[in-house]
Design a protein around this ligand. Structure first.
Ligand code: SF4
Length: 388
C-alpha cells in the first residue's frame, strides 16, 4: 500500500469536541480529522463496530426498534448486522482483505449482543418516555429533537452531536461501545469530561439546561460528572482559543509543519503512516505509549505459500520508528495486505513503514503482524525526496 498524502490544511470554521481534543494534542492530527481523505487509511475494526453500536443506540432511543424488550433486541441485532455490513463493504481495502466479511471482525458477536442488550435496557429504564412515537408525528418530542442532532453555539464556532439528552434528569449521555479497560469503574477520561462539558454548553446555547454528564459504557459501567454553567462556559472559551491557535498556525504551515510529535500526542494517532514528524522523532522509548512501528529500507523480500495463502517476509534495515535501528525481519505478511490498493509488492531499495506491529524477538529483531492492527506502507525509492 502506498503512503497516503497529508491533507491540504484550511481554517476551521467550527470546532467539535473530537476536533478540540485532537487539536489539544497535535494540530496536524486535527487537520487530518477535519480535512484528511479518511478513506485512504484503514479504520480499526472496533471503530467500525462502534459506529454500528451507535446506530442501534440511536434507533432504540428514538423508539424505532419496537415495543417489547424481545422486539428491541431482535431488531437491534438486525440493525447492527445491516449497518456493519454496509460500513464494511465501503471500508478500506485492507480491512476487507484481512477479514473478507463483516461478521468476521474481531468481537463482532460481542458488540452485537451488547448493542441488543443495551437497546433493550434503554427501553426498560424508562418505557413511557421512550414509547414508540409515530415517525410522522407533527410534534416530535424534545427527546427526538435532541437525539443525535447537530447543535451549534450562537456564534456557530462550536458544534456537537450529543447521543442522548435526558430532560427529566437534566443530563447529557454519551454511549461508548469500547470497554475503556485502562480506567476504573466509575471514572471518565479528561477527553470524555471535555466532550460532555461542551455538549452541556451547546445545549444551554440552544435553551436546554443540563447539569450532569454521563458516560454509559457497553460493558455496563457508568461514570458521571456535574457540569456547572461556569465550567461549560470555560470549556467553550478554551475550545475557541484552540480554534484560533489552529487557524493562526494553519495560515502559515502545512500538515507536516503543524505536527507536534510526542509519545502522548501520537498514541493511537491514525496519521502515523504519513507523518514525517513522527518518523523523524520517534524512538525506542516511545514504544510503551505508542506501540511498535518500524521504518526502514527493504533489503530483501521473499514470498512463500502457507496453507493456500501467499505470505511475504521482508528484511528491513531499520532507521526509524519505535524499535532499535539495524537489521530486522518482518515475517509472514499476507501479500494481499501489501497489494490490496493495487500497489506492487515492495522491492529492494524501497522504503517501508510497518505500523502497529509486534516484536517476536529482540535479538535478532523479528517483527510479526497483528491481524486487527497492522498495516504496511511503501514509499518507492524513486518517490522519496530524501533519496533524490
Ligand atoms: S503522528 Fe503524532 S505528530 Fe503526527 S499527526 Fe499524529 S499526533 Fe501529530
Amino acid at each position: 500500500m502506498r503512503v497516503p498524502q497529508g491533507p491540504i490544511v484550511r481554517p476551521l470554521d467550527t470546532i467539535s469536541p473530537t476536533l478540540y481534543d485532537s487539536a489539544l494534542l497535535c494540530k496536524a492530527r486535527a487537520a487530518w480529522q477535519a480535512f484528511g481523505q479518511r478513506d485512504t487509511l484503514p479504520s480499526h475494526p472496533a471503530a467500525l463496530l462502534g459506529q454500528a453500536y451507535h446506530a442501534v443506540m440511536e434507533a432504540a432511543i428514538l423508539g424505532r426498534l419496537g415495543a417489547t424488550g424481545e422486539e428491541v433486541e431482535e431488531r437491534g441485532r438486525a440493525l447492527f448486522e445491516s449497518r456493519t455490513e454496509r460500513l464494511f463493504k465501503s471500508s478500506h481495502p485492507l480491512l476487507r482483505a484481512k477479514f473478507g466479511r463483516w461478521d468476521r471482525l474481531p468481537y463482532y458477536s460481542l458488540y452485537m449482543e451488547r448493542a441488543a442488550q443495551k437497546a433493550a435496557s434503554l427501553r426498560r429504564a424508562d418505557p413511557a418516555k421512550r414509547r414508540l412515537e409515530p415517525e410522522s408525528s407533527d410534534q416530535p418530542s424534545a427527546t427526538r429533537r435532541l437525539t443525535e442532532k447537530e447543535l451549534f453555539s450562537s456564534d456557530r464556532r462550536i458544534k456537537g452531536r450529543p447521543d442522548y439528552v435526558d430532560l427529566d434528569q437534566g443530563a447529557v449521555i454519551d454511549y461508548k461501545s469500547g470497554a475503556a479497560l485502562q480506567i476504573a469503574n466509575d471514572e471518565m477520561t479528561d477527553s470524555e469530561r471535555r466532550q460532555l462539558t461542551l455538549y452541556a454548553f451547546l445545549l444551554r446555547e440552544n435553551e436546554v439546561a443540563v447539569t450532569r454528564g454521563i458516560i454509559d459504557r457497553a460493558d455496563g459501567r457508568r461514570a458521571e460528572v456535574a457540569i456547572s454553567v461556569e465550567a461549560a462556559e470555560r470549556e467553550a472559551a478554551n475550545a475557541r482559543t484552540v480554534q484560533d491557535e489552529f487557524n493562526n498556525a494553519a495560515a502559515i504551515l502545512d500538515f507536516q509543519g503543524l505536527a507536534n510529535a510526542s509519545p502522548i500526542s501520537c498514541a493511537s494517532c491514525p496519521c502515523i503512516p504519513l507523518c514525517e514528524q513522527f518518523w523523524n522523532n520517534a524512538n525506542k522509548d516511545w514504544s510503551s505509549s505508542v506501540g511498535v512501528h518500524v521504518g526502514g529500507r527493504v533489503e530483501h523480500i521473499s514470498t512463500v505459500e502457507v496453507s493456500g495463502v501467499q505470505v511475504a517476509s521482508i528484511s528491513v534495515g531499520v532507521d526509524s520508528g519505535t524499535v532499535q535501528s539495524g537489521p530486522s525481519t518482518v515475517e509472514q505478511i499476507p501479500t494481499q495486505w501489501l497489494t490490496c490498493d493495487s500497489s506492487d509488492l515492495p522491492s529492494a531499495g524501497d522504503y517501508v513503514r510497518v505500523v502497529d506491529a509486534k516484536i517476536s524477538s529482540d535479538d535478532p529483531l523479528v517483527i510479526v503482524t497483528d491481524k486487527a492492527m497492522t498495516s504496511v506502507w511503501t514509499q518507492p525509492r524513486a518517490e522519496r525526496p530524501q533519496d533524490a
